[in-house]
Design a binder for this molecule. Sequence first.
Ligand code: ZN
Length: 249
Amino acid sequence: MSKKINVVIWNEFRHEKEMEDVKVLYPDGIHAFIKNFLKNNEDMNITLAALDDKDQGLPNELLSKTDVLLWWGHCAHKEVNDELVEKIRARVYLGKMGFIALHSGHHSKPFKVIVGTNGNLSWGRNQKEIVWNMMPSHPIAAGIPDHFILEEDELYSEPFYIPQPNALVFGSWFEDGHIFRSGACFIRGAGKVFYFQPGHETCKSYYNPHVQRIIENAIRWAAPTEIGYEITDECPEITSATIAEFDKK
Ligand code: ZN
């Protein structure tokens, strides 16, 4: 069997401790819930990390072997250490790690820095959402029907101030009449990024089998591909020596 994908599910993990209505749905945290529904994927090696853990959950030993980082955060984005954010950005740009921002992760420091956005959007009351599959040929849409219904999630609406996505896989309709780009892919440097909107902390979206399948697909899509040369986080100068090297290949 080929190498397993090292997945880290990072969660701010505050709402689940402080709010009864969240604790009921996700008693061990949203990250643990996601790990649980992914557990039958034998190609994934899953680790949980939380903001209040040592080194904000991502010590170098763990980050340096992470292939895909999932990120759920909401009320404590500002507490995330800027040095850690820079390490995450560099690892994505070097093609060593994929990044998946979940729900309110649109305002997380890593998402904003990696993608290049203020992360702003409009939002409103929880309501019925229809998630439309807009790109059935995309690997993240594998096995997903043309649309599915979430009885309740938080209204996120356009305008969403993201740069033009490299692929827009899902779009959502909300019962108040708003629409939102709910599943968007970005290529940054040699790395891959996916943003996925469903997953408000007081809603059961992560219980939905299609949402679960999308997250599973996104992990496999975002996992680094084998790159046949060393990429560095700098601009190497081309000299006669490097040209001579080039001629040998
Ligand atoms: Zn929310």
